[in-house]
Ligand binder design. Structure first.
Ligand SMILES: NC(=O)C1=CN([C@@H]2O[C@H](COP(=O)(O)OP(=O)(O)OC[C@H]3O[C@@H](n4cnc5c(N)ncnc54)[C@H](O)[C@@H]3O)[C@@H](O)[C@H]2O)C=CC1
Ligand SMILES: O=C(O)CCC(=O)C(=O)O
Length: 451
């Protein structure tokens, strides 16, 4: 269609070499076609041309000194994509694969995800190609301090509020926050994902994983089904995967896998969360290999033994799948395998983990499919709850925050499914989430004039 083709060809020309960004844009635009047919105001106000162009993209040099005294250089990014409905909000990713296209795809997704939460937050994202693996604590600290020395002038508690993502957890947020305070002298909620004694929110650490499971629960309930008794495959073994596994266990399901960039574990009787958490806290690269040494009935498969072009996590027989590692980790062949094995639900903890072909296969099969921007929105929603607590100088209980998270996830489900129904495709939550998220942002853009 011309809306998609024209927009893609324009962004390919103006932003060459950013395939993940084009992928994210194409998926959203495909879903928006029925809305554009129904309501002309979005074309009249040229919303698409405006929304695919970030309000601001900041790139900067991050110079830091390693433990040997050598000067190292990385690249830092912050995309401030849309402030139509609130201050820019989104995580920071530290991973060697980070480049402008990755940051822009994540920032673009964040616009609609944040809108879906029903909270007043705009879309942003940032990060660096810095690789935290194998770095000492002091190296991480020096890197974070240098990163913030550039970033601090662009952020603020009502301007742009970064948080964590891959490679950025409580430790990194601490070093970033310390440096922000040193530079500005201001104790404000400028970052979320802070530790509890210095402004963090209870349940933020758990929120993305818990939220994905709450979302799955809403999906299953819509078909008079439940999590209890189901077998689940989970990929990743970081923040999102661990708290997905924890909540699945609490709700009576059996998560049987986890993975990292070196390999995966299949533990048919169920992942032992204590072992996994203890090994991950030790921070060794070999934690999943160690897991299989401790639990003899678990099988570890290294990446070098994966069949070409496949992620064998998705070949494990299961009822439910929670991709919780990274983008494009589940392709069409993987999707077909999941469907062949009787998987009835996919809830994406990661951002854009399924390739477009895999997404189409899920939609065609009419299984319960929760796209990342809906299913993993619990993390950013709880970040906004952290901002609210910071602004009012209060701290809510775990139960209070968790209860709000659960409601927010159910409301996201309702908003996506009711919108999907409105457009005559009740099972299609990709369409529902994209239209519901877009409509609010686009209407705000129209109200605010040509800015
Ligand atoms: N932390 C949060 O609150 C949120 C995270 N997400 C998304 O969830 C996903 C996971 O993020 P976190 O758990 O926060 O990060 P993390 O750094 O805690 O964990 C990332 C996990 O993914 C694995 N991984 C990374 N690249 C991989 C690759 N190429 N192949 C296989 N495994 C790989 C890592 O080994 C690790 O187990 C990402 O897509 C992130 O954007 C989405 C919403 C919020
Ligand atoms: O908590 C946040 O602000 C951001 C979380 C995030 O990066 C995401 O939703 O992908």
């Amino acid at each position: 269609m011309s809306l998609i083709k024209d927009t893609l060809s324009r962004i390919q020309q103006s932003s060459p070499g950013e395939p993940e960004f084009y992928q994210a844009v194409e998926e959203v635009l495909e879903s928006l076609e029925p809305l554009f047919k129904k309501e002309k105001k979005y074309s009249e106000h040229n919303i698409i041309q405006r929304i695919v162009e970030p309000e601001r993209m900041i790139t900067f040099r991050v110079t830091w000194i390693d433990d040997k005294g050598k000067i190292q250089v990385n690249k830092g990014y912050r995309v401030q994509f849309s402030s139509a409905i609130g201050p820019y909000k989104g995580g920071l990713r530290f991973h060697p694969s980070v480049n402008s296209g990755i940051i822009k795809f994540l920032g673009f997704e964040q616009i609609f995800k944040n809108s879906l939460t029903g909270l007043p937050i705009g879309g942003g994202k940032g990060g660096s190609d810095f690789d935290p693996k194998g770095k000492s604590d002091n190296e991480i600290m020096r890197f974070c301090q240098s990163f913030m020395t550039e970033l601090y002038r662009h952020i603020g508690d009502t301007i742009d509020i970064p948080a964590g993502d891959i490679g950025v957890g409580g430790r990194e947020i601490g070093y970033l926050y310390g440096q922000y305070k040193r530079l500005t002298g201001s104790y404000e909620g400028v970052l979320t994902g802070k530790k509890i004694p210095w402004g963090g929110s209870l349940a933020r650490t758990e929120a993305t994983g818990y939220g994905a499971v709450y979302f799955a629960d809403s999906l299953l309930t819509s078909r008079n089904d439940q999590l209890a008794g189901k077998t689940a495959v989970v990929s990743g073994s970081g923040n999102v995967a661990i708290y997905t596994i924890k909540k699945l266990i609490e709700m009576g399901a059996t998560p049987v896998s986890c993975s990292d960039s070196r390999g995966f574990i299949y533990h048919k009787t169920g992942i032992n969360l204590n072992t996994l958490q203890q090994l991950k806290e030790q921070g060794k690269n070999e934690s999943l290999e160690e897991y299989a040494k401790i639990h003899k009935d678990a099988k570890y498969t290294p990446v070098k033994d994966y069949p070409k072009g496949r992620n064998p996590v998705w070949s494990i027989k299961c009822d439910l799948a929670f991709p919780s590692a990274t983008q494009n980790e589940l392709n069409l062949a993987d999707a077909k395998e999941l469907l062949k094995n009787g998987c009835i639900l996919v809830a994406e903890g990661a951002n854009m983990p399924s390739t477009p072909e895999a997404v189409h296969a899920f939609l065609e099969a009419k299984i319960l499919y929760g796209p990342g921007k809906a299913a993993n929105a619990g993390g950013v929603a709880t970040s906004q709850l952290e901002m609210s607590q910071n602004a009012s100088m209060l701290q809510w209980s775990f139960e209070e925050v968790d209860g709000r998270l659960r409601n927010i996830m159910h409301n996201i489900y309702l908003s996506a499914s009711q919108t999907a129904e409105e457009f005559g495709q009740p099972h299609n939550l990709v369409l529902g989430a994209n239209i519901a998220g877009f409509r609010k942002v686009a209407n705000a853009m129209i109200d605010q004039g040509a800015v």
